[in-house]
Design a binder for this molecule. Structure first.
Ligand SMILES: Cc1cc2nc3c(=O)[nH]c(=O)nc-3n(C[C@H](O)[C@H](O)[C@H](O)COP(=O)(O)O)c2cc1C
Ligand SMILES: CC(C)CC(=O)C(=O)O
Length: 392
């Protein structure tokens, strides 16, 4: 779609032109707060609670927002930003902007086309998606729908290594170019909104398709799922996660694949150093959008110490709380190589399927381009901590 020669910011002129020449308004709010309200009104209580909810009292979710408030952008003037580009190479892959779509499971909760709609939006915008192990379509179907746009694969590391190996091989064969290993969800956080509804969509719902069809998983069953679904789901629930994993186990992943490995859920400098010592290629500073540990550090507050500890050895990415282009720019200024967008693209998916995700992604890219330019930067690589001041 947009190339560096056609700045993403031009999206706003398209919208103004449609409004003034054709009296056409955008299909859904570009104001994300209103979009979120519309998504909440579109979805039933269970799915909405699952997407929106956080752990415990929601303190970590609030801390994520508060951490952005602690930094303000400090714009520079008269720096010729006529020619500019948001492009950046992330883990060896050239991207139109340092932005990816975070792994989100069971997306059919938001829209019947689920991850296929997200993947098509990824194909249309050039912004990669990270496919979750708990996706509601197969890794292969999602890969096909994402076309030529690069894609990454997120592993929820199962107990049985033959299943983990099978998932990795399937991801490699389907053209995923990095392996994201999520570290913060070996156990599900205490999530009152889901508990109040008794709603756990991925175990019994469509989030198990990648297990039920996997040859290594099926080899562990006494009878195929088509004959004994209850036993298959029991085995899936048992296999899904392995809270006993330690740093030493990473050697298995390193030996199993040559894909770059990225650890998701790092919040401390010492863990980041351990990640570097264990031969991974990147980390994602993230607290899972406040869905796991309540009362935890806001993810952005943890970013500088992780960048200072390992930024010269690993690519440090960031998610948890990105709600617009200025948030993305703040994380990039603090040293994130790229950011991952989470819940907001689910609001687009819920309200408009594929087109809804495209609109959310285009508005983020436009706002990031504008934030970069209006603060006096021509490229993302020009952006550093001097773009920020701490707020009193
Ligand atoms: C509904 C939902 C499902 C998620 N599923 C996954 C998942 O399957 N794997 C994973 O690593 N992270 C998952 N996450 C976490 C996201 O990847 C990301 O860390 C989080 O959404 C960032 O917070 P934010 O959305 O508030 O910005 C999920 C998040 C949400 C909201
Ligand atoms: C446990 C998963 C299947 C999904 C997830 O990561 C989440 O709900 O936060």
């Amino acid at each position: 779609m947009s190339s560096p020669e056609i700045p993403f910011a031009n999206y706003q002129y398209e919208i103004y032109l449609r409004g003034s020449m054709m009296n056409q308004r955008p299909r859904r709010p570009l104001d994300w707060q209103r979009l979120e309200e519309q998504a909440a009104a579109t979805l039933a209580r269970g799915p909405w609670g699952y997407i929106a909810g956080g752990a415990g009292r929601g303190d970590t979710m609030r801390a994520n927002q508060a951490a952005f408030d602690r930094w303000a952008l400090s714009p520079r003037m008269l720096r010729d930003v006529a020619q500019r580009s948001t492009a950046r190479t992330v883990l060896g892959t050239p991207l139109p902007a340092p932005v990816l779509l975070a792994p989100i499971g069971v997306q059919t909760l938001a829209h019947p086309d689920g991850e296929l709609a997200t993947a098509r939006a990824s194909a249309r915008t050039g912004v990669p998606l990270v496919t979750s192990s708990a996706s509601s379509f197969t890794f292969e179907e999602i890969a096909e729908a994402s076309g030529d746009t690069p894609r990454w694969y997120q592993l929820y590391w199962p107990k049985d290594r033959t299943i983990a190996t099978s998932f990795i091989r399937r991801a490699e064969a389907a053209g995923y170019s990095a392996l994201v290993v999520t570290l913060d969800t070996w156990l599900l956080g205490w999530r009152p909104m889901d508990l109040d509804e008794g709603f756990l969509p991925f175990l019994w719902g469509e989030g198990n398709v990648n297990y039920l069809q996997d040859p290594a998983f099926r080899a562990l069953l006494a009878a195929p799922p088509e004959e004994d679904m209850q036993a298959a789901i029991g085995q899936f629930a048992f296999q899904f996660s392995n809270p006993a994993v330690t740093w030493e186990d990473l050697a298995f992943l390193r030996e199993t694949t040559e894909l770059p490995i990225v650890l998701k859920g790092i919040l401390r400098a010492d863990d980041a150093r351990l990640a570097a010592e264990h031969g991974v290629d990147g980390v994602i500073v993230s607290n899972h959008g406040g869905r796991q540990v309540d009362g935890a550090i806001g993810a952005l507050a943890a970013l500088p110490e992780v960048v200072d500890a390992v930024g010269d050895r690993l690519e440090v990415l960031f998610d948890s709380g990105i709600r617009g282009g200025s948030d993305a720019l703040k994380a990039l200024a603090l040293g994130a190589r790229a950011v991952l967008l989470g819940r907001p693209y689910m609001w687009g998916l819920a309200t408009g399927g594929e087109d809804g995700v495209v609109d959310v992604v285009r508005s983020l890219l436009a706002e990031l381009d504008l934030a970069m330019a209006l603060t006096g930067h021509r490229t993302i690589d020009d952006v550093d901590r001097s773009a920020l001041v701490a707020t009193p």
